[in-house]
Ligand binder design. Sequence first.
Ligand SMILES: [Zn+2]
Length: 536
Amino acid sequence: MTLFKPTFLHVWMTLSLQTDKINISVSDGFLVLIWIGHRRSVTDVGMGQVVQRRHGFLVLIWIGDRRSSCTERTMGLSTNFEDLTDRRLLKQVHDNVHGNIYLEPISLKFIDTEEFQRLRELKQLGLSNMVYPGAVHSRFEHSLGVYWLAGKAVDTIKTCQGLELGIERSDIKLVKLAGLLHDVGHGPFSHMFEKEFLPRVFNGLTWSHEDMSVKMVDHIVDEHNIDIDPDSLTKVKQMIIASSEHGSTENMKEKKFLYDIVANGRNGIDVDKFDYIVRDSRACGLGCNFHFERLMESMQVMGDEICYRAKDYLTIHKLFATRADLHRTVYTHAKVKAIELMVVDALLKANDSLDIATSIHQPAEFWKLDDTILKIIEISNTQELKEARDIIQRIRRRELYQFCNEFSVPKDKMEHFKTITPQDIICSQKTGGVTLEEEDIVVSNVKIDLTRGRNNPLQSIKFFKDYGSDEVFSIQDDRISHLLPAFYQDMIVRVYSKKPELVEAVSEAFENFQLKTFGKKAQVHSTPDSKKQRRR
Ligand SMILES: [Zn+2]
């Protein structure tokens, strides 16, 4: 390819103070840098963009084609995003994880709506605060955090590869918006609503909070007349669902890497995890040995995909390991699960009278549903809600479903594992003593992995050796430290008794079930006698 020698055409002109719009169009492949006034007032740098500025000088610098151009930095123009934004229009928020966060006007249009403010009433960790009392942070601050990190991630890439990749300021804006809005369709009580409650109401329903977020974004735009062009809006929505089952990469013809920043469907590394791993660990009072900054600073786009330095593979492993650890010790803590199971029962009992589940069909109704639904049930005095109310009262008085025992499914049984049901436990009951009923027992099947099922997540990540090298590769299992896991999934089966007086009978039936299924007891230890003898 013939490279043009940069030629400079300087056009100096004084603009009238009233001029606020200049249209510049250039043929494809040419780059126009626009420098207005002094360095601090640079409004935009890009190709054929509409520039708004009320005063100062306009300098047009026309440089050959994109490949032959010198970088923005060598031109002495800062591409730092903050420099390019009028700070008078930004709102500053102090976040306890990331420090100062600056919100742009377009994001404030979304934030200052009742639909977004609802996130304040959704605890990020659902009912985990019943065990870790500090875990009361909400999806509101998490969303601001993801917005901020999304901006930082694109900005870092833009600083190093902005021209080569053709990253425009509008790209940063859209990725940030996707980060801000990625959880706006989340249901109450973290994942319990979609994973435990909805499937029991509608058999086989496929509903995801990512899909709801997309619907909610449209609803907010319509309801509040937000001025955003349809193309941009589509991109924001695609970025939100990029990692979900319904996400499609077909329409994303160019700059695919932009769709991996908020919700990464290709390898699971995204700023959503960066934020919640650090935020959740901090709220629960657990240490966090994972530092996302290292990854953010060194990421590089190669072949339209974000790649990482080979020497950072341990940091990436820590990301997945810390996440799995949070799942085991916090999100699926045995007692947290017991309370979740009770809340699911309460919501099922209240569903007909409060139309909880049907609200998923209408964003205009869905935004009204949040964690406060428990309070609504608790303080109600109608007869229809009595059963639901009684369950919530049991939670308040800590008369919880009793955890009997658990086992980890043996590795060789994982592949053909079938979900265990209360019926399976009842069938294993020996005759004599009390007769257990299906509704006395709850079974919770918990799956914990490193985001890629039984596969090593590091295998789906592209690495590069050093800056300047073009080679992209993945790291094979046998090249990694022998101290890292060789198996990547846990399946835990937990059994609960709804009544304390049945713990002994349920525990025995559960042990029989294990003997029947595996020929041995798979549980770590038998249920303590003190628990078996507990009476109401
Ligand atoms: Zn999130």
